[in-house]
Design a protein around this ligand. Structure first.
Ligand code: NIG
Ligand code: FE
Length: 406
């Protein structure tokens, strides 16, 4: 047994069985001051006031938190960190005035990354991905969803998913894999989108499912990418092959993606930079988690999602980094939390819940991660002593993480 003692404040306690927080509950963060927490075999055993800490027995290891905060590691339910190289030339193009959509329409963007990925071997791609995973762990992220979508041929999509599988087997983080063949139309199918969708449905999904390489199926359903009808077809085929839908929607336009996601019981609908009451109403009472990615709004200069509107309508939201080479080259969930507070005007408590328990829900792991709950993974952040939860997004660049336990 390992016992963390001398915890100034243990934050993010959620009762067993609670899988997500919605509406007013997003403002609740339960904590215990002057606490202890014990864990065993990587799972949380017990926690409570320090005065109730069981005496040390032989073999126990004591970890002194020195009065710092302890809270669950962040979950990042939307990333594209399995990619080759980088795209800073497009960053310069953006500085000089081109939009994300214009770069994509010129044949750059995702297709640029697909060209680089095609030339990169599995070993190299694994090494590049693990650098990002380890960087994210050091910044406090303990669970990562990783998408394919830079292959855009059956062979290269499978190459990506095999790399993600190896990351899952070798990294201490909780990893989930998403098949995103419909991220863009592969170069070989330029001008033949309908045939590319056939390829995704008839060849890629069956191959991915047969090899057991993905948990989720995702589609970039947006203006200039895939239509709601194409998305519906892909999600339907994915579901039939045992993949749970997730979706990219409403980044570039109100394109009907949220509604398609809801119809197909998507676990999450992500981006939502542009939404109206229609999308909010479509999500009410559903199992789908709206997920916002303020890092891409920041990097691309897009509007920020209307998170407050969702929450005041009684919905929950999750936050994720969208870490990818084109629209969000950062996997720092502390920065995501700060952006949510500063730019979307979420309270620190709402932002915290969105980055932990709700993000865990959005990647299908809120039974094992995302909160301080008996039996869940003891994936924990220990900080130096901090005055309050609000200090986390407020002093968003201070190096206050003393240790991560994963
Ligand atoms: O979530 N929007 C679509 N896909 C990614 C960007 C991928 C890229 O540009 O490489 C996103 O922002
Ligand atoms: Fe994305």
């Amino acid at each position: 047994m390992k016992i963390i003692k001398n915890i100034g404040e243990l934050i993010g306690i959620v009762p067993e069985g609670v899988r997500r927080k919605e509406g007013d509950a997003m403002d609740e963060v339960v904590s215990i001051k002057d606490a202890f927490l014990s864990f065993d075999n990587g799972l949380i055993r017990e926690f409570g006031p320090e005065s109730q800490c069981p005496p040390k027995t032989e073999g126990d290891e004591i970890i002194d938190a020195h009065g710092g905060m302890v809270f669950p590691m962040f979950c990042d339910s939307h990333t594209h960190i399995c990619y080759a190289g980088s795209r800073e030339q497009e960053f310069i193009d953006k500085i000089n005035g081109l939009s994300y959509a214009e770069i994509a329409a010129r044949g750059g963007g995702i297709l640029n990354s697909a060209d680089l990925l095609h030339e990169t071997g599995e070993e190299d791609l694994y090494d590049q991905t693990m650098v990002r995973v380890n960087e994210m762990i050091s910044k406090g992220t303990g669970a990562i969803e990783i998408k394919s979508g830079y292959g855009l041929t059956t062979e290269d999509e499978i190459k990506m998913l095999k790399v993600i599988k190896r990351v899952r087997e070798t990294s201490p983080a909780v990893i989930r894999a998403t098949f995103l063949g419909a991220h863009a139309v592969g170069r070989a199918y330029s001008g033949r989108q309908r045939e590319y969708v056939d390829l995704v449905c008839e060849e890629m999904i069956p191959a991915v499912a047969e090899k057991g390489l993905a948990d989720f199926v995702d589609v970039f359903c947006d203006q200039g990418f895939f239509t709601p009808d194409e998305t519906s077809r892909i999600l339907e085929v994915g579901t039939r092959h045992g993949l749970v839908p997730k979706i990219h929607a409403n980044e570039l336009a109100c394109s009907g993606g949220v509604q398609v996601g809801v119809v197909h019981n998507a676990l999450s609908v992500d981006h939502l930079e542009r939404t109206t009451q229609v999308e909010i109403d479509a999500l009410k009472g559903k199992t789908t988690m709206p997920t916002m990615l303020p890092g891409s709004s920041f990097f691309l200069g897009l509007p920020y999602g209307n998170a407050k509107g969702f929450i005041s309508s009684g919905l929950g939201i999750a936050l994720a980094s969208d870490y990818n080479p084109g629209s969000s080259p950062s996997g720092d969930m502390r920065f995501v939390m700060a952006l949510a507070c500063i730019k979307m005007r979420l309270s620190p408590e709402q932002a915290f819940n969105a980055c932990t328990i709700n993000a865990a829900y959005a990647m299908g792991i809120s039974d094992i991660a995302g909160s301080i709950t008996k039996g869940k993974r003891a994936n924990l952040i220990i900080t130096r002593p901090l005055p309050s939860l609000g200090f986390i997004p407020y002093c968003y660049q201070s190096a206050f993480i003393e240790k991560v336990i994963i």
